[in-house]
Design a protein around this ligand. Structure first.
Ligand code: 3PG
Length: 306
């Protein structure tokens, strides 16, 4: 059996070594394709592989069509919006993610972005502290929960909204449960986004919602750019010079926003949330184990195209 690790944005070397060991110890072969740039390289590499480990790499019908032996794709990470699940299912391919494995890394970055923003992007002027401010966590999954855990240490007052998470889970963490996005945005100085990109959430962070935030608002996005209605965010930031936006998922309108919102907008050049050795090791090795469990024992835990 041949397992291809295809990561345009490479894992840390220590993670690749770990993945290779797990795969080879199982008696399989590992092939590595990093920084492949041109998609043709990916299409050529999948021709004879049985399993595939990816990150944000786009896996669509074009890939499945040229990978006749492919049985399983594991997205080493949380969000699987980069995989066409219907195409996978049509080709009889199992798709999994590795939930929770990189969530601490993303949560740490979210807090880092908050500090960066409230300290005026380290420009030497007097900023504010996080202590005592109100933080709203939008979606209380693995990343949201880690954000809450770390935010407590900063002395933030934390509330969260998640339509799919019982209040008791939030309350057990000392987090106030609110029952609508509108309420969350109205009641918090900072909102940190942790919703996945789905047909329901895409473009859902819009002018009306953001405009509920109090004066001096800060929006932090370590989730996906697609959940933001960019035109409306730009309109809002034009109308409200008190509003700041920091992002780890660069907006399509980055250049325009850099020009328009100096001192109120920042985006990392490339998604950095899960770019730690620890997250790469956790997610990459989990992916390797999940592939072996599936191919040897038919284990489908974490399958997302059931
Ligand atoms: C995820 O969905 O797990 C994160 O967005 C990390 O994505 P990455 O593996 O492309 O860094």
């Amino acid at each position: 059996m041949k397992v291809l690790v295809a990561t345009d944005k490479p894992f840390a070397k220590v993670a690749v070594d770990g993945i290779r060991k797990v795969i080879e110890d199982a008696g399989y072969e590992m092939v590595l394709l990093e920084k492949y740039g041109d998609r043709q390289n990916l299409l050529a590499a999948v021709a004879d592989v049985d399993a595939l480990i990816i990150r944000s790499d786009v896996i669509d019908e074009d890939v499945f069509a040229v990978a006749p032996k492919l049985k399983i794709v594991v997205r080493a990470g949380a969000g699987f919006d980069n995989v066409n699940l219907a195409a996978a299912t049509a080709h009889g391919v199992c798709v999994m993610n590795t939930p929770g494995q990189n969530s601490n890394a993303v949560a740490e970055l979210a807090l880092g972005l908050m500090v960066y923003a409230v300290r005026n992007f380290y420009n030497g002027t007097s900023g504010t502290e996080l202590k005592g401010k109100r933080l709203g966590i939008h979606a209380y999954g693995n990343v949201g929960r880690n954000v809450a855990r770390i935010a407590k240490g900063f002395g933030l007052q934390i509330s969260a909204y998640d339509a799919y998470c019982p209040d008791s889970v939030m309350e057990a963490d000392g987090v106030k449960a609110v029952h609508s996005a509108e309420e969350l945005y109205a009641e918090n100085d900072i909102v940190s986004l942790h919703i996945p990109a789905t047909p329901e959430t895409k473009q859902s962070i819009n002018y009306a919602l953001l405009n509920r935030m109090p004066k001096g608002a800060l929006l932090v996005n370590t989730a996906r750019k697609e959940v933001i209605n960019e035109d409306e965010l730009i309109q809002l930031m034009n109308d409200r010079t008190d509003f700041k936006y920091v992002s780890d998922v660069m907006p399509n309108a980055n250049d325009k926003m850099v020009e328009l919102f100096e001192g109120r907008y920042f985006s990392t050049p490339k998604k950095m949330g899960a770019q730690t050795a620890e997250a790469n090791i956790n997610a990459g090795i989990a992916a390797a184990h999940q592939i072996i469990g599936f191919l040897k024992d038919g284990i489908t835990k974490f399958q997302v195209n059931k």
